[in-house]
Structures are given as structure tokens and as C-alpha cells.
Design a protein around this ligand. Sequence first.
Ligand code: GDP
Length: 365
Amino acid sequence: ALSIGIVGLPNVGKSTLFNALTKAQNAESANYPFCTIEPNKATVPVPDKRVDTLTEIAKPQKTLYATIDFIDIAGLVRGASKGEGLGNQFLGNIREAAAILEVVRCFEDDNITHVEGSVDPLRDIETIETELLLADIQAVEKRLDKLQRASKGDKTMRPTVEAMERLLAYLNEGKPASTFPDRKIDCLAAQFKELALLSDKKIIYCANVDEGGLLEDNAHVQRLAEFAASRGCDIVKICAKVEEELQGLDEAEAQEMLESFGISESGLVQVIRTGYHTLGLISYFTVGVKEVRAWTIRNGWTAPQAAGVIHSDFERGFIRAEVIGYNDYVQHKTEAACRSVGVLRSEGKEYIVKDGDVVHFLFNV
Ligand code: GDP
């Protein structure tokens, strides 16, 4: 499954945030027996009002939200790419993540040491992203070396070697792989896929503030928000400490606490939702008396691919899909009513499933 790696310098609040995510996972784990529990992975439900509405309408025995995986990646320090700290092992863990949640310290607290001596989000980001870039430079140099040797006996490899040389020069200028202009050309696409470069991953900035910072953006958050906007990246503001506390409360208490900070939704929920969208994921729904459930697919998947998420037999034996748009379903409330007013559509193999579709698959076994 696609996952989001949580990175950041020491003492910025990563573990606190990860603990909150783990508690959110454990609170729901009885409903998700199919999720394996691992110490540095949290599989958390993605809150979705549409799922709540469908649950109210269908009154099923059980409701299952979509889930998303977060991986705690500890050990990023200045010099990690040279093998300092947990070094390369840790950088390898990021490679497996599909996107990065970069936790940035935006709270002042003299009791909590900052590894660089002061709170400065933009400097911290530069430290982290320099390490990611240096790790990529090493990976590309290594690959280039191999390709150069192989190309001596095989002239067809020249274009790949030349493109990789341009990539290396680009990274050496301090620019991330994600903006490399030639990344889509055929001979590089495969290399990009295999190398899984760290500077090619989408980043979500997570500004960790103190309680006061929740009420009003402090100067650190403002600078970070400007920076994130200039990069076209999402930013989510949280107070990791508050998030951890919220996880121990019942719904009414949690709501009261959020209101005391003048917010309607916890930062954790925003982190989860932003992560889901950053990964390019969407949900379709199945609605029945037994269960209402959100299923996760990639934007652009066809009906048989979407069916395969439920069971591989559904994909193999796919006949057609009966599809109702979310709003139509909410308006008419049952499949039968949707059919009689003509908003239930019969879709074939080529149909691209849309976010929010209520789907019923028909298949051969
Ligand atoms: P990590 O090293 O990035 O995993 O950081 P931790 O989550 O262990 O946090 C380091 C210290 O900062 C701990 O003592 C946390 O309680 C504290 N901390 C985390 N988040 C906040 C916050 O939002 N405000 C304040 N004041 N302290 C925090």
C-alpha cells in the first residue's frame, strides 16, 4: 500500500504526532482486522463526511472508512547522507514512502533543545532537503557509473547515460528531481521508477506549534506557509501535544477542547486527509445493510481495477458496474429508488470510477 513517511529533525514533535496517529489506529483496529500492526507504521481511517451520511441513510451493521498508512522514519540529522546518525538505513526507509510529511518545529520552548540551537523553520527545511538531495546525488552517481560501463558494449544506452548526466548536473545545482524537465522522457522514466529518488517525492509541510499557535499563526508558521505556497506544497498546522491528548478523549470532550482553540477540526484529521489526497487517492463506496464502506483507488482507475480492490475475483470476472453518483444516492436513498428514477447507470470495462461513486459490481465466478 502507498504510505506517507514522517520525517523531521530531532525534537520537532515527530514521535508525539506518530503516537497520536497510533492511538487513532488502535481505537479503530477492531474494525480493521485485515491491517497488520507494525511498530513504526500507523494505519489510520480517513474521516469522510460522505461515509457518515451514507451510514445514516443505510443504517448498516458496520462502517469502514478508507485507510492510509503513515511510517515513522526517525534518524534524520545533518550529515545523514554521509552515514551519520542512522544515516543511509534511514534514507532507504524514506525511499519506500510515496510521499513525505515533513514535521517542522514552529514552537518555542527553552526546555526542549533544538538541535540547531534556535527555532527556524526555513533553515530546518533546508537542512533536511539538502540531506535528501545529497542522498539522491549518491544514488544517481552510482547508477550512472553502472550505466556508463554497460553502455560501452551497447550503444543504444547512450541516450539514457546522457539524460542521467544531465540529471546529475541538475541535482548538483541544488534542484530537486521533482522539477527536472526531462524526467518524463522514455529512457528516464524507468530509471526514475527504480531509483525512487527522495527529492522526487511530494512533500506536505506539517507546522508543529504550541497551544497559542493554534489560536493564531505565529511568525514561524507565516514564513513556512509562504514558503510552502511558493513550492506549491500543502501545509498543515498542528499542535502535536494537543493531538495526542485529543486521542484519549471521547467525542464530546474532544469537540469541547477543539472549540477552546477556536478550531472545528483536529490537525490530525487534516494531516490524514491531506495525505490521502497528496497520494492521488480517491474513494468509491459500497452500500449495503451489512456494511457501508469506502474503498481506496487511484484517480483514473477503471471499473475492473476498482473492483479488484475488493477481491481479485471481482476484477477477473468483471461483467459490469452499477453506478450511482454520490449526490443522487443521497437524494433517493436506495438503489431501487435510484433505478426507478433513472440515475443508476450501467457501466462497462472502460468506465473510469469517480470519487464518491456508489458502486455495485456484477461479476462471474
Ligand atoms: P521528535 O524527536 O521529533 O520525535 O520529537 P518528540 O515528539 O519526541 O518531541 C520532543 C519534545 O517536544 C517532547 O518533549 C514533546 O513533548 C515536545 N513537544 C512536541 N510537540 C510539542 C508542541 O507542540 N509544543 C511543545 N511545547 N512541545 C512539544
